[in-house]
Every structure is written in C-alpha cells, then in structure tokens.
Ligand binder design. Structure first.
Ligand SMILES: O=P(O)(O)OC[C@@]1(O)O[C@H](CO)[C@@H](O)[C@@H]1O
Length: 404
C-alpha cells in the first residue's frame, strides 16, 4: 500500500517537463515537433510561414522560450504571463504554461492574429473537418435513433448520453495516434472515479437554473456533448451556456465556428439526430442555449486564476460540467497531487458546483479511493495517460444548491 498524504497543507509544485521519460517531456519533445510537421503537410503555407515554423522548431530543439513575434494585441498579457520564462528552457517552465504557449506560437507562425489572408484561419481545420465528417460521427448520429424515447426511460436515456459525452473525450485528434483503449473491456470497469449516480440523483431532485458546459474537442466529443445539452435543456436546466475556445487550441478544441458546423451537421441529419439539431438550433435562436468564448479558456493558467467577469458568470450557474483532460488539469491544478487528495480540496475555489467528465490523458489525478488507486498502480498499465480510463467527479452539488 502506498503511503498517501491527502491532507498535505501545501499544494505540490506544478508539473514540469524536465523529468526524463515523463509524459510531459514526451509531449514537448516529441508530440509538438510532430504537430509542426502535421501543420506543414496539412496546409499550403507560404515561405514566410514555413520560416516562422522553422524558428519555432529551432526554439523547441534548442529548448529556449522566445517572445511572440507576430503583430497581435495580446502581447502585453502574454508578456505578463511569461514573467521570467523568456530565454529559459521549455522543459523547466510549468508544463501547462509551456504547452499553451506552444499553441499560441503555432498560431503566430501562420499569421492567425495578423491582418492578411491568414487572419483567423484555423490551421487544424483539415483534421477537424475529417473528424466531423468521419464514419465514426455518422455512426454516432445513427445510434441516436436507438435511444430510449419514452418519458419513463428519461434517466436511462440520460445515462447513455452522459457515457457518450464522457468517452467522446477519448477521441482527441492530438491524441488519436497513441490512443490504445482496449475497446473490449467494459467501460464502467475503466472508471477511476464514478460520481454518476450522485450527478443524476441531484439533477433529478429539482430543476436548476443555468448549467455551464466547458467544451473540449470537436467531432466524436462535441456531437455527444451537444446531444447531452439537448437532454439537459429538456429535463434538467432552464438554460445552458456552452463555453468554447476563442481561437484554435490543442488541435481539436472546439471554437464557435466549429460548433455552428456541428449544429448544421446535426440539424441536417435524418431521424433523432436531426430532431436534436433542430431543437438546439431553436434553443440558440430563442435563448435557452447560449455559446460564449471567453479569452481565459486559451490562457496558460489554472482555473483558480480566472478573471472576475468569468468567475461571476459561473457563479450564476447551478452546475458547471467541465469536459476533458486539459480542463481537468486547469481545474484541480496541474500538479503532482497525491491521488487520494480530496477532489473538494482542489476545487473549493470554483464559483459553482462542478462535475468533471474526463478521460485520463495526463498524470494529474485527485479524489481517488486508496484501494482503487493501489489496484490500478498494481496493474502496471499506463492508466493515467493512455486515455483508457476515465472519471466523473462531482463537487459542491447539493440538493439545496440545485433547487436554488
Ligand atoms: O483536453 P483534452 O483534449 O482531453 O486533452 C488534451 C491533452 O491531453 O493533450 C495533451 C497532450 O497532447 C495533454 O497535455 C492535454 O491534457
């Protein structure tokens, strides 16, 4: 049995990529250079953009962080966030900061923020389009016709939709290459924390006001997320606010244009998928559904640093449903927590009750039962980072809060 220290007073240090053989190191030294090659192959860039990508590749290879070199309005805020990191090693900077900055440098290289033909061009669009129009998404849409529709089976329908939204997070384009989830093993056995029953019981206990959904990836994740949102609007929420990214991020993270395209795909589909899409389309037009894209969702910071305006928006919500691995890292803190550290300890700051739906694709984990942790550690599998395992974790949701 591992000695656990869940009540350590100080939060552990932020994860860095300077540990040889660590997951974080592999992301910065292997995944990021591969991503630059993928962008060059996917988009017909000009010589200026290729030269800028050459410089980014060289920065990574030389292990030196250099300032942003595009003409963009966010340099002052990035200079504040980069305090002390310019000229330093990527591997020695906090992993969360370094990864986020890498994606901002990638957009700088292709001219995303500058005037000219490349302004606002999503360099991840080819892979996002392929995902949205994939046979897997076709199958997802057809499967909706098999959903229970009888009112008395609403909870059963909700369970199916929650599972689809949760495991849809596995389909991360930046991740697909190394995902080795054993399809045959039952999904429930691969949950490391399972608060689903509490979530449904509490949602069923009353009709909460607004539910915030912090989106993650497009395609096989955003389609189920949208279908789940339709279910929440029909049975559990007066309003849903879907927060997407203000610009392209982490390859497959959803932006507003991506979301509109997914809604078009749903609404144009036959059967139940089309009905869901048309209800969501109407909900957007009349108000119960709103899409927002706060700049903080592309910031290199933990959520406990969120600005006051976003804090106040979320404080109005009866529940925040937070999707994916990166959002989880930002929620609990991208740190080497003792995995039995109570989830509530790391989320006490959050302005609303929060439910995390995440497949595990990085080392951070809290809120585990010691026996479950020891069982997984003894398995010898890479359960923390391979995307084979997942969690539904809930904090601060009480009947009083949901009932208002
Ligand atoms: O938030 P998502 O899409 O579920 O996962 C994103 C993510 O797993 O991809 C990176 C590795 O490429 C991780 O560092 C990061 O947490």
């Amino acid at each position: 049995m591992t000695a656990h220290h869940p009540d350590a007073t100080e939060a552990p240090a932020e994860i860095r990529s300077n540990v040889p053989g660590s997951f974080a190191r592999g992301v910065l030294t292997r995944r990021h250079p591969a991503l630059i090659r993928q962008v060059r192959d996917a988009i017909p860039l000009g010589p200026r953009q290729h030269r800028a990508l050459d410089r980014l590749e060289a920065d990574v290879a030389r292990d030196e962080i250099t300032p942003l070199d595009d003409a963009a309005d966010d340099h002052s805020i990035w200079n504040d966030w980069a305090q002390g990191y310019y000229g330093q090693s990527w591997l020695d900077a906090p992993f969360l900061w370094a990864e986020s900055y890498f994606y901002r440098k990638l957009l700088a290289a292709t001219g995303y923020f500058e005037s000219g033909p490349w302004r606002g061009v999503d360099i991840f669009a080819p892979s996002k389009q392929a995902e949205l129009h994939s046979k897997d998404v076709d199958a997802e849409l057809r499967a909706l016709d098999e959903l229970p529709r009888q009112a008395e089976r609403e909870r059963e329908r909700g369970e199916v939709l929650l599972q689809s939204s949760l495991w849809g997070n596995q389909a991360d384009l930046g991740f697909a290459a190394s995902s080795n989830a054993p399809a045959e093993q039952r999904r429930d056995e691969r949950l490391v924390v399972d608060d689903r029953t509490r979530l449904w019981d509490l949602l069923a206990a009353g009709t909460p006001g607004t539910i915030a959904v912090l989106a993650d990836n497009v395609g096989r994740e955003l389609i189920p997320d949208l279908v789940l949102i339709d279910h929440l609007l029909r049975h559990h929420a007066e309003r849903v606010v879907l927060y997407v990214k203000p610009y392209p991020y982490y390859v497959s993270d959803a932006t507003a244009p991506d979301t509109f395209e997914h809604l078009r795909r749903l609404a144009a589909a036959p059967g139940e998928a089309g009905a869901v899409g048309q209800r969501l389309w109407s909900a957007l037009a009349t108000g119960p559904l709103e899409i927002r894209a706060h700049s903080f969702f592309c910031a290199p910071l933990e959520f406990n640093r969120m600005p006051a305006d976003l804090h106040d928006e979320l404080a109005e919500c009866a529940l925040t449903i937070l999707k994916g691995d990166l959002n989880y890292r930002r929620l609990v803190g991208d740190r080497a927590w003792d995995p039995v550290t109570p989830f509530e300890r790391t989320t006490a700051y959050f302005p609303s009750p929060v439910a995390a739906l995440r497949t595990l694709k990085s080392d951070v984990i809290v809120g585990m039962a010691p026996e479950r942790l020891d069982e997984l550690e003894a398995s010898g599998s890479d359960w923390r980072t391979s995307g084979t395992h997942a969690l539904v974790q809930l904090h601060g949701v009480t009947e009083r809060q949901l009932l208002g």
